[in-house]
Design a protein around this ligand. Structure first.
Ligand code: C2E
Ligand code: MG
Ligand code: MG
Ligand code: MG
Length: 280
């Protein structure tokens, strides 16, 4: 009977896996057309200077509105885009939109409002014309410091020569680099001084319970101290309460991002928020 149950269980799981694989395949076909069919859009989440309480920059977050399934989370479709070779096309589209947004925000605010863009490790592999972001900025006459590239720690652990080359070019151009989800990866730390990094983004898993979890609070405080001693600035992700914001500001954290200030919004709403005082 146990053998029988085991067998049933096995076939149950394979059927479920089959369905999942099929759903992913279906999505990958539809994702192929998402850009040209105008189904992708960008939302922008304000990043607040915790000293002054005003917006200093914003992060671009891609959205996919599927015609029948509705909104599909990037945590679901970005990995599909990576698997089926669409991440360059989508990533380059995101980049060009974000460049335009930075230009309009900066005009509106009468100061530079850089936009953070998430860049997948796979986007560092192929270097075609479309993926040459520095060349695009130069053509458009836009300063490279209007873009902050967000990467994860994994990219820097065993960097290929191409990764080294691109990050070197970025740094020389004035484009800035942020380490996303900092503290959740390998935390080898040795890469921190090998590359020209500008920001560490404290992962939201340390922020969400910072009021009650003493070790997470210590980790966040220690990241800030270490970053500052290395000459980097710190952005805390996922701030949802005033208390979390105050603890992080107290710790000397430079910037904050999260629902407490604003959820990710369309560009129109971002522009309206530029003059706002977020901390009272
Ligand atoms: P991420 O870059 O770490 O982005 C932060 C995520 O946290 C976003 O989720 C954002 O909506 C969410 N968030 C912001 N504030 C709060 C908060 O206070 N509480 C909570 N619980 N969550 C908050 P989102 O938009 O679903 O994006 C998820 C991930 O998908 C991103 O994580 C990023 O890794 C990836 N992603 C998004 N857009 C792009 C893109 O254009 N290209 C690539 N390669 N990846 C992207
Ligand atoms: Mg990010
Ligand atoms: Mg720099
Ligand atoms: Mg993150």
């Amino acid at each position: 009977a146990a053998k029988q149950a085991g067998k049933n269980q096995f076939s149950y799981f394979t059927r479920e896996m089959d369905e999942r694989a099929h759903a992913r395949l279906q999505l990958s076909y539809e994702l192929r057309h998402a850009v040209e069919r105008n189904q992708l859009s960008l939302c922008y989440q304000p990043i607040i200077d915790l000293r002054t309480g005003v917006m200093a920059e914003a992060e671009a977050l891609v959205r996919w509105k599927h015609p029948s399934l509705g909104n599909i989370a990037p945590s679901l479709f970005v990995p599909i885009a990576e698997e089926c070779g669409l991440i360059n096309a989508i990533g380059n589209w995101v980049f060009q939109q974000a460049v335009g947004c930075s230009r309009r925000c900066s005009q509106h605010a009468k100061k530079l409002i850089p936009i953070g863009i998430n860049k997948s490790p796979l986007q560092f592999i192929r270097q075609d014309e479309e993926s040459d972001w520095l060349q695009y900025l130069e053509r458009m006459g836009i300063s490279a410091n209007s873009i902050i590239v967000e990467i994860t720690e994994g990219l820097l652990l065993h960097p290929s020569s191409n990764v080294n080359k691109m990050l070197m070019q970025y740094a020389q151009s004035g484009m800035r680099l942020a380490i996303d989800d900092f503290g959740t990866g390998y935390s080898s730390m040795s890469y921190l001084h090998k590359f020209h990094i500008d920001y560490l983004k404290i992962d939201q898993s340390f922020v969400h319970d910072i009021e009650t979890n003493a070790s997470h609070r210590t980790i966040a405080e220690t990241i800030v101290i270490m970053a500052h001693r290395l000459g980097l600035e710190v952005i805390a992700e996922g701030i949802e309460t005033r208390c979390q914001m105050e603890i992080l500001a107290q710790a000397g954290c430079d910037f904050g991002q999260g629902y407490y200030f604003s959820k990710p919004v369309p560009e129109r709403e971002l522009l309206d928020m530029l003059p706002r005082q977020f901390i009272h």
